[in-house]
Design a binder for this molecule. Structure first.
Ligand SMILES: [Zn+2]
Length: 135
């Protein structure tokens, strides 16, 4: 199956308001382990779109305290994402993995809405997702 790599958000300005612009870290940005990346939704869902950002102390002094360098960001349907960096360390390049999110959707309520269908609603932002558990 093909993956569209040049798709952009429907409203680029609204996207920048929510996620920051191309020289700032996205919200709730944090480094994750390779194991957490391997268990992430990156391997379950195709990203809606990709973005390239350069983070440095000149453009984002606060963000540069967490990370400096080039990032590839993969955005998912629910406002979360995974970011990648190639970091030069110890004479070679190593991958680094990050997560970000408008909301981390941690506390969810669950409601059965049909045969094997459950709707999970985030109590923090009200994002709702219906999951078919029969698959
Ligand atoms: Zn949420």
């Amino acid at each position: 199956m093909f993956i569209q790599s040049n798709k952009v958000p429907a409203d680029v300005k609204a996207h920048a308001v929510k996620y920051g612009d191309g020289s700032h870290l996205p919200p709730n940005f944090k480094e994750i382990t390779a194991a957490k990346f391997a268990a992430s939704k990156f391997f379950v869902y195709s990203p809606d779109f990709w973005e390239y950002r350069q983070i440095n102390a000149y453009n984002d002094p606060k963000g540069a305290e967490k990370f400096t360098g080039d990032l590839r960001l993969a955005y998912f349907y629910d406002g979360t994402g995974i970011a990648f960096a190639s970091h030069y360390h110890g004479g070679g390049y190593v991958p680094r993995f990050f997560s970000f999110a408008l909301c981390e959707h941690r506390e969810k309520t669950c409601k059965n809405v049909g045969n094997c269908l459950s709707t999970y609603t985030c109590v923090a932002c009200s994002y709702a997702e219906t999951v078919d558990s029969s698959d």
